[in-house]
Design a protein around this ligand. Structure first.
Ligand SMILES: Cc1cc2nc3c(=O)[nH]c(=O)nc-3n(C[C@H](O)[C@H](O)[C@H](O)COP(=O)(O)OP(=O)(O)OC[C@H]3O[C@@H](n4cnc5c(N)ncnc54)[C@H](O)[C@@H]3O)c2cc1C
Length: 504
């Protein structure tokens, strides 16, 4: 580990987050001289007392050291878009659910010409990521009462019970979650990937180092300008790997003059490489959180579990199919029992539409790296209203589950949105359109594709079109989101891109 800023290295990784740490570790293991520049703090190895309690506590989502992004004026209601600004990135905040998706997700990338991204190509990386992140499955007998009630209700609506959700050939199922929790701690990618290489002489990890832009000499990336300890510094490298995540990587490129030329000129940024796709194609899986009143029995059972010391907010998850995707699945449901809202009981279950067709964008508002961007998901904006209808079908499935005999006595009356307030399917569609929310899985803002596809930003190896020595490696390069939560896919992106870079 180093806290000094070197002048020259082989590879700079911009962002010590979920994917970035995988890339950094694999390149350091391969003997490259690697510098990780992370905008937030580096709290050191696992066990270092500087790690904030909320980031370690795997029973709740993390929240400290956030980038502070939100929907701004793009929605009628302000929605927060949480993103961790610290070593580990969003693997510091997440619910530790590790899902893989479906074979069709990655095979469709390969069918679109992305060589090396078919499911069978990626399986070794899913396995390596699962091992490194120490993923294990909860057992059914470990589920809390709130989680168990949804697991028990699923067969009544035709959703079979399984031991986990990561069979890539499987359709709808409900299962205890696979998670990366070690001794109660959220085992983030800093612990999983950086800790084993921190003592190597060829890796430096520098926190509070905010990369303003990538330096490009004609068509070759030569290093970065980074803000560190109140001053601007130049660090040179043979390769720069941008791994700032789906909101931040396109901002780094835009500030570097890589993006839509008309937009860059409107901010007086000299155009280095015209790529219209930078920041476009933003999509997350639209989400809706429903709540029930609960019951005395549920309250007393959950209170007893909390008193015993382990009642995590998340533990089970379901995959369901709407009428739009009957052959695979296109919905997640996620029982969620936050216990940190004082005495206010919110017995909740979220539902998310996994294959959205609506697309939004991320755009910087200034050359200042600390200026907040505009993040407009354009949730549920597709003219056919498909995304809203899929989500409303998911809510209707949850209603059906909650009304089953033996379940409804435990779950209680629906209080949000409430059956009397929103009684019909059409009103559910209107409800989700009026109340858009995110599932924390933004992707797609620097998508992979061929150089002649003007929507794409990088090729199948993550190399930015037209610029030598510049790679993007994080959720932003996914052309289309998989039917999954995105933590393990982010790790797999890191593993896949690192394997390409090691071959160079
Ligand atoms: C609250 C929450 C809950 C979630 N729950 C789950 C879940 O249960 N399961 C699941 O699978 N997924 C979950 N996710 C999503 C998943 O964690 C993310 O999709 C994934 O971690 C993103 O990885 P990434 O590498 O693309 O970006 P990140 O992990 O965000 O990494 C980006 C890193 O780059 C740094 N950075 C950005 N810009 C710069 C710059 N200019 N200079 C230097 N550093 C920079 C950032 O600070 C950050 O550390 C959740 C996410 C959140 C926020």
């Amino acid at each position: 580990m180093s806290t000094a800023l070197p002048a020259q290295v082989d590879v700079i990784v911009v962002g010590g987050g979920t994917s970035g740490n995988v890339v950094a570790a694999r390149l350091a293991e391969a003997g490259r001289n690697v510098l990780v520049l992370e905008a937030g703090p580096d709290f050191g190895p696992c066990g270092d007392p500087r790690w904030p309690a909320d980031i370690l506590d795997a029973t709740r989502l993390g929240h400290s050291n956030d980038w502070g992004y939100d929907s701004g004026d793009t929605l009628d209601v302000r929605v927060s878009f949480e993103r961790a600004r610290a070593i580990g990135g969003c693997s510091d905040f997440n619910g530790t659910t590790q899902t893989w998706g479906h074979r069709r997700d990655y095979d469709s990338w390969a069918e679109a010409g992305l060589e090396g991204w078919a499911t069978d190509d990626l399986l070794p990386f899913f396995e390596a990521g699962t091992k490194a992140m120490r993923v294990k499955d909860y057992r059914v007998d470990e589920l809390t009462s709130w989680q168990r009630v949804w697991f028990d209700a699923a067969p009544a609506v035709g959703i079979p019970q399984r031991h986990n959700l990561n069979d890539l050939d499987e359709g709808p199922a409900v299962a205890p979650e696979s998670n990366n929790i070690v001794d109660g701690i959220r085992f983030n990618t800093a612990f999983a990937y950086l800790d084993p290489v921190r003592s190597l002489p060829n890796i430096s990890i520098v926190g509070e180092a905010h990369v303003a832009r990538v330096l490009v000499d004609r068509v070759v990336a030569t290093g970065v300008e980074v803000l560190w300890r109140g001053e601007s510094h130049i660090v040179r490298a043979q390769r720069v790997v941008v791994a700032g995540g789906a909101f931040n990587s396109p901002q780094v490129l835009q500030r570097s003059g890589i993006g839509n030329p008309d937009f860059l000129r409107s901010l007086d940024i000299p155009v280095v490489q015209p790529l219209r796709g930078v920041g476009e194609n933003l999509h997350d899986q639209p989400f809706s959180l429903m709540s029930w009143a609960g019951s005395d029995r549920m309250t007393s059972e959950m209170d007893a579990l909390r008193a015993e010391g382990w009642a995590p907010d998340e533990q089970a998850m379901g995959k369901a199919a709407s009428s739009f995707d009957p052959d695979v699945f296109d919905l997640h449901f996620l029982p969620y029992s936050p216990t940190h809202r004082g005495d206010v009981k919110r017995w909740s279950c979220g539902v998310s539409a996994l294959q959205p067709v609506s697309r939004g964008y991320v755009r910087i508002t200034s050359r200042d790296p600390e200026a907040k961007p505009v993040i407009d998901h354009r949730f549920l904006s597709d003219p056919e209203r498909r995304d809203a209808r899929v989500l409303a079908e998911g809510m209707a499935i949850l209603r059906e589950m909650a009304s089953q005999p033996g379940i409804r006595e435990l779950v209680g009356e629906e209080i949000h949105p409430g059956i009397s307030a929103v009684p019909t399917f059409d009103e559910l569609v209107h409800f989700v359109e009026r109340n858009p929310d995110n599932y924390w899985h933004p992707v797609g803002t620097c998508p992979m594709g061929s150089a002649d596809d003007e929507k794409s930003v990088v090729d199948a190896r993550g190399s930015v079109h037209g610029i030598e020595g510049l790679t993007v490696a994080d959720c932003s390069i996914m052309p289309m989101i998989p039917r999954a939560t995105t933590a393990m896919p982010a790790v797999v992106v890191g593993e896949r891109i690192a394997s390409f870079l090691v071959q160079n």
